[in-house]
Design a protein around this ligand. Structure first.
Ligand code: GLN
Length: 543
């Protein structure tokens, strides 16, 4: 295609409507028609990136292949499109201002007064068009974070207004709103949508397509009314009713011909409607699964499942490909201790020990690991989860009662997990961890190798501490094997206990690499082991 086409996705009325899922679904439908698509998110907050944000603020911090700490919506983009994102796919107000201020300090503005318009908006536009300028993508979908009308998103909306003018037919705007149901009146209310569109119009943008989020199906009449009041064609008003899984959203959008409307508006040929066969097969398998697989995730952000979004989705994908329904429970690591661990965890057939930072909840994770190790329950430790496995083994098998990670106890006499050498001089916390893709070489006779069927793998990282190689021989002699390492630095990446049903800890984050059409082999292998474990348990326990 000659000119890259731009699709902007904005949101109105309230936040958390799922702009990320709608953007990913539009991307999926266009990709299924043979177009190269990328999706990017522009976030109006001042942080340079979400790397230093507490998960309670914006949920999980996602990591791109090139080591950018990014918004969790990028995880949705990758899971839907099966194409990796990079740092160019997530830009914040903080980064825009940082670039502009750096240029100002260098004198690039030649004595001009630096202003929101045009300097900040020019920088936003440059970033929006960056991926499109590489001639790699037919479509660049840009999700604008926040809600229209927020003070902080104004410069982004203004940039979109200017771009619509510049790009003409190569640009459309999709606006997502909410239609509430008022029980007392037994009515779906469109007024908030009308107001939100008006607000967008006041800012100079007429949306081309409206997506109405709703908990109940909307009648033709409601859709017609919205079209009439908002200057949008009837065929361009799409409803997005709550569905059991986010992966059904593209199908629902396709049923309403949303992709055709987009192509028509951009004067592109419509062609045949893609079948989305593998995608639909995934959904069929999900619906067909009768039996469930019961897994507990031990972490400290359990009040907010978004904090572990990618792990949750990876387990769900792996369960589906194993023809099981995922029953995932979040167990608060601060509530687990030696006295209640069996009671809290005995109903689960497998455990995942979550990544994390800092002391809070660490001892609970260690108790859960000990329980799983001794009772031969499949257990999967991810990043900090793996580090806790090492500490647990040191304490209870090697007999080093005070063993710890120096992140938790700086003065531990047995620093089995220690700060990485190149982290020692680091004082700035933002973007300074070991981040992004690194090679890992697997031992041929290991379980992890059997899962991947590959000797050298590449996985994403986000950590400062590492397995202390000083103790490696001792661990190995006592039965905890290091079965994956970085070929350049010899950093331990995978540990496992060979005789155990499934005891694997990984320093990397496999959850960032699992997609709907390319589920992660390690999660598949773990869920298989959990299913096996359940079978054994059922056979053992009398009916
Ligand atoms: N806190 C640990 C480290 O920095 C683990 C990080 C994580 O789990 N992502 O090494």
């Amino acid at each position: 295609m000659n000119n890259t086409k731009y699709i902007f996705v904005t949101g109105g009325v309230i936040s958390s409507l799922g702009k990320g899922i709608i953007s990913a679904s539009i991307g999926k439908l266009l990709q299924a028609r043979g177009y190269d698509v990328t999706i990017q998110k522009f976030d109006p907050y001042i942080n340079i990136d979400p790397g230093t944000l507490n998960p309670y603020e914006h949920g999980e911090c996602y990591v791109t292949i090139d080591g950018h700490e990014a918004d969790l919506d990028l995880g949705h983009y990758e899971r839907f499109l099966n194409v990796p994102t990079t740092r160019a796919n997530n830009v914040t107000t903080g980064r825009i201002y940082q670039n502009v201020i750096n240029k100002e300090r260098k004198g690039d503005y030649l004595g001009k007064t630096v202003q929101v318009v045009p300097h900040i908006t020019d920088e936003i536009k440059r970033n929006i068009k960056f991926l499109g300028s590489k001639n790699k993508f037919d479509f660049v979908i840009t999700e604008i974070g926040g809600t229209v009308g927020d003070i902080e998103s104004l410069p982004f909306i203004e940039s979109v207004r200017q771009l619509r003018w510049e790009l003409g037919r190569n640009c459309i705007c999709v606006h997502l709103t909410y239609v509430p149901y008022i029980a007392a009146a037994k009515e779906m209310k469109t007024k908030p949508t009308q107001h939100s569109v008006k607000q967008l119009q006041e800012l100079g943008i007429q949306p081309d397509i409206l997506v109405l989020r709703t908990e109940r199906p909307l009648s033709e009449e409601v859709l017609r009314k919205v079209a009439l009041f908002c200057n949008v064609m009837e065929s361009a008003v799409v409803q997005s009713v709550d569905v059991p899984t986010i992966y059904e959203v593209p199908i629902r959008m396709q049923q309403q011909k949303m992709d055709e409307t987009i192509l028509r508006k951009m004067k592109l040929p419509i062609g045949e409607t893609p079948e989305l066969k593998p995608w639909k097969e995934f959904l069929f398998r999900m619906k067909d699964a009768k039996e469930s697989v019961k897994i507990a995730l031990i972490g400290k952000y359990v009040e907010l499942p978004d904090a572990y979004k990618s792990i949750n989705e990876s387990l769900f994908q792996a369960a589906t490909y194993n023809d099981r329904k995922l029953e995932l429970s979040f167990i608060h690591s601060e509530k687990v201790d030696e006295t209640n661990v069996s009671e809290l965890l005995s109903e689960f057939d497998g455990l995942v020990i979550a990544p994390g930072f800092g002391q809070r909840g660490t001892e609970g994770k260690i108790s859960a690991i000990k329980y799983a190790r001794i009772n031969n329950v499949p257990v999967f430790g991810i990043c900090f989860g793996m580090q806790c496995m090492v500490v647990e083994y040191a304490r209870h098998v090697l007999g080093y009662a005070d063993a710890n990670s120096t992140e938790i106890d700086e003065k531990t006499p047995y620093n089995v997990i220690d700060l990485m050498e190149d982290q020692k001089g680091v004082s700035n916390l933002g973007g300074t961890m070991r981040l992004g893709l690194y090679d890992c070489e697997l031992e041929k006779d290991s379980r992890v190798y059997k899962a991947y069927h590959k000797q050298v793998i590449q996985e994403r990282h986000r950590h400062r501490f590492e397995f202390n190689n000083k103790y490696r021989a001792e661990f190995e002699a006592a039965g905890l094997k290091c079965t994956g390492h970085n070929p350049e630095t010899d950093l331990v990446e995978v540990i496992e206990i060979p005789g155990h049903k499934w005891f694997i800890g990984v320093q990397f984050h496999p959850e960032y690499n699992s997609t709907v059409l390319n589920p992660h082999p390690l999660f598949i292998s773990f869920v298989k082991a959990v299913i096996e474990n359940k079978k054994n348990n059922n056979e053992k326990s009398p009916k």
